[in-house]
Design a protein around this ligand. Structure first.
Ligand code: HEM
Length: 469
């Protein structure tokens, strides 16, 4: 009985090949792992034999999806804390450096890599020469170490470093740590709840999401396994050994610039009092606390904020503008070019974490001038089965495309995603009032998110890591 990839998985009753798959798959793919404190080490292998020995030495630390899920159960049952998460990914150059030529994961974007001219042209990414210097060198592997406390993460990071031998160099390192709002929800540096909307692959997660969403299911959170895992072709047994393509991008956020733009929009539209919050919500598509703008005109929705919504009652973008980040990156059936089932093929599992320290409270009512202009941002991470159809499609065909979504009579066109869009920006249209009868033109937001480096990886199965020679 092979693994049924056409549907979500009930992990508790998984048996046979599906159970083996869970035992051989890395954690954090099917369900996010705690990574409140996160170290990300980027490695280069100068010697194939030592590189492979390193991966084998690391393998016993790498937690399976099954162990992770059991740990979550134990934690909920009696508070038993989970163990540190170690994640491993290899680039196409990494497979080559290890001398692995057969069974290399075949995704075309993965083979090219993020630095390639064709990739950067497609994504409007800046030239590699202006990336942070450490990301300009060749990366062969990524090791992620995540845990709930800094002490546990640091201990894990040191273990990873201790195993390193002479021919292996650490070319780059990042430290991520979570930020939270007053409701303890995770937020990104512009101050908005992040990570709320996710494709869910486990029936237990899907049931939980539906149970906490009032009303009918308007947006189906259930996604089949074939949108997040693929057979690991270099493993001993690809029928049960699976992995996923891992997209990593270091995205610096100029918080001062973005917060100034929110104020400028509020001024241009003449928004007053609490309604000024809507200026930022129109850029993200949700208020800071996560309340979807298309659902209601103010923040403070019932918690947890809903993810069961679509844009059917807002086809003219007069509640949530078309350029809002979450509307551009998941049109929920309203994109106008593809039917909803096709649109859903572009959705990916996001697993980002914020980086950088700041002294100001992201949610406090402070002037933009007191916000950081650099040094903070998002370590964007996402698992894909087809990078061109998921991450790259969202960035290129939706986010960076001023004519997406397709709307009749929209002047000016929807414009770029005002948060992460790359490319020239023109005036955008926004309703002066929530659900107004028409929209007015305002100045675009100057780009406040900048790519500092990144790469495409494949996260192989545990079976591969244990047996690579
Ligand atoms: C610094 C950069 C970024 C910031 C500040 C940011 C911020 C946010 C926020 C606040 C949300 C709403 C919370 C949620 O629904 O989970 C969100 C959702 C989302 N973001 Fe981003 N994001 C960034 C980068 C990206 C990138 C690079 C992509 C992909 C190309 C992306 C794709 C998405 C998607 C698909 C959603 C969920 C939309 C939905 O299902 O409704 N984001 N992001």
């Amino acid at each position: 009985m092979s693994v049924d990839l056409s549907t979500p998985l009930d992990w508790k009753t998984a048996s046979g090949d599906a159970e083996t798959m869970l035992e051989q798959l890395q954690a954090n793919i099917l369900r996010p792992h705690v990574r409140e404190h996160l170290a990300i080490l980027f490695l280069n292998f100068a010697d194939a034999t030592e590189g492979k020995a390193y991966l084998r030495a690391l393998a016993p630390k790498v937690k399976s999806a099954r162990t992770h899920l059991d740990e979550i159960e134990a934690f909920h049952a009696d508070g038993t804390p989970g163990t540190t998460w170690f994640g491993v990914g290899l680039t196409a150059a990494g497979y080559a450096a290890l001398g692995i030529t057969t069974g290399v994961p075949g995704d075309a974007s993965f083979a090219l890599g993020m630095k390639a001219h064709d990739t950067r042209t497609k994504l409007h990414d800046p030239p590699v020469s202006v990336w942070e210097p450490q990301y300009q060198s060749t990366i062969h592997a990524v090791i992620l170490v995540g845990d709930a406390t800094d002490a546990a993460m640091t201990a894990g990071r040191n273990d990873v470093l201790d195993l390193i031998t002479e021919s292996i160099s650490v070319v780059a390192e990042e430290t991520g740590h979570g930020q939270h709002n007053a409701n303890t929800d995770g937020i990104e540096h512009f101050g908005y709840v992040d990570g709320r909307s996710q494709p869910l692959f486990l029936t237990q997660d899907i049931d939980g999401e539906i149970a906490t969403s009032p009303g009918p299911v308007v947006w189906n959170p259930a996604f089949p396994l074939d949108r997040v895992i693929v057979p690991d072709p270099a493993s001993p047994n690809p029928t049960v050994d699976f992995g996923s393509y891992f997209v990593y991008r270091k995205l610096e956020q100029n918080v001062r610039r973005f917060k100034q733009a929110e104020q400028d929009i509020a001024d241009q539209l003449g928004l007053i009092g609490e309604d000024r919050e809507r200026a930022g919500a129109m850029l993200i598509g949700r208020f800071e606390d996560g309340t979807p703008l298309t659902v209601q005109r103010t923040d403070a929705a019932a918690l947890p904020v809903t993810n069961s919504f679509n844009y059917n009652d807002d086809l003219q973008g007069l509640k949530c503008p078309f350029h809002g980040h979450i509307r551009k990156s998941n049109p929920r059936g309203s994109g106008g070019f593809e039917a909803e089932p096709q649109e859903r093929l572009h959705i990916m599992a996001r697993r980002g974490q914020t980086y950088g320290d700041r002294v100001d409270d992201p949610n406090a009512d402070l002037p933009p001038s007191s916000r950081p202009a650099g040094g903070v941002g998002l370590l964007f991470m996402a698992y894909n089965v087809d990078i061109a159809e998921q991450f790259e499609f969202v960035q290129k065909t939706w986010v960076d495309n001023p004519n997406f979504p397709r709307v009749s009579g929209s002047t000016p066109p929807p414009g770029l995603d005002q948060v992460i869009g790359q490319g020239p920006r023109d005036k955008i249209s926004q309703p002066q009032f929530w659900n107004a009868s028409s929209a007015v033109e305002v100045d675009p937001v100057p780009q406040a998110v900048t790519l500092k480096g990144g790469e495409y990886f494949f996260t192989p199965s545990l079976d591969f890591l244990n047996s690579v020679v």
